[in-house]
Design a protein around this ligand. Structure first.
Ligand code: IMP
Length: 183
């Protein structure tokens, strides 16, 4: 499949994705059974994952979609990121960040630090996909759908230059001479 200038091949089919989303939801239903967590899906990438996940959550909860904005700090600090769109007080709340993918983990680390400063009771992270760099750096993600290599993926919310978020399956960029199979 060609998206703009890149060739993508099927990587994780929709039934595997859905099975994993169900398993993640069940873990949350157990781990948070006496709690009432606040889910914070990070837009845009996690919209589809969050929608499927939330249909399977059986404990009381709240959900607030947020965005991470990049803005220029002072010349010396360069690019900083900050959470925007938060409409709930997170003081004393059990927060679950819902991410599409964790790559270097830099975005996530900033979000977690920001949330802790708001007086949250607990902050855990759920990511549908985690790439190798985050694993190597030991970025803490309690709930992971799929561990993948350092490869570019698209579909199920994830985009390439704005395109491809709508696909129900997950694709990966085809590298020349790659013989890698579907997950
Ligand atoms: P990090 O700060 O390097 O962990 O980047 C995380 C963000 O980059 C994700 O939330 C995605 O929006 C985006 N991203 C990282 N890898 C991919 C990918 O393979 N496909 C599409 N988006 C990606």
């Amino acid at each position: 499949m060609l998206i703009k200038d890149l060739e993508f091949v099927k990587f994780i089919g929709r039934s595997k994705v859905q099975a994993q989303v169900k398993a993640l939801a069940q873990q949350i239903n157990v781990d948070y059974q006496s709690k009432s967590p606040v889910f914070l899906p990070i837009l845009n990438g996690s919209f589809m994952f969050a929608a499927d996940l939330m249909k399977l959550i059986e404990i009381p909860n709240k959900i607030s979609f947020v965005k991470v904005s990049s803005y220029s700090g002072t010349a010396s600090t360069g690019q900083l990121k900050s959470l925007i769109g938060l409409e709930l007080s997170l003081f004393n709340q059990d927060v679950i960040i819902v991410e599409d993918i964790v790559d270097t983990g830099l975005t996530l680390q900033k979000i977690v630090n920001e949330l802790k400063e708001l007086g949250t009771r607990s902050v855990e992270v759920m990511a549908l996909l985690r790439k190798q760099p985050a694993r190597e750096k030991g970025i803490e993600v309690k709930y992971v759908g799929f561990e993948i290599d350092h490869e570019f993926v698209l579909g199920y919310g994830l985009d390439y230059d704005g395109q491809g978020r709508n696909f129900a399956d997950i694709y990966r960029m085809k590298e020349p001479n790659s013989e890698k199979a579907e997950l």
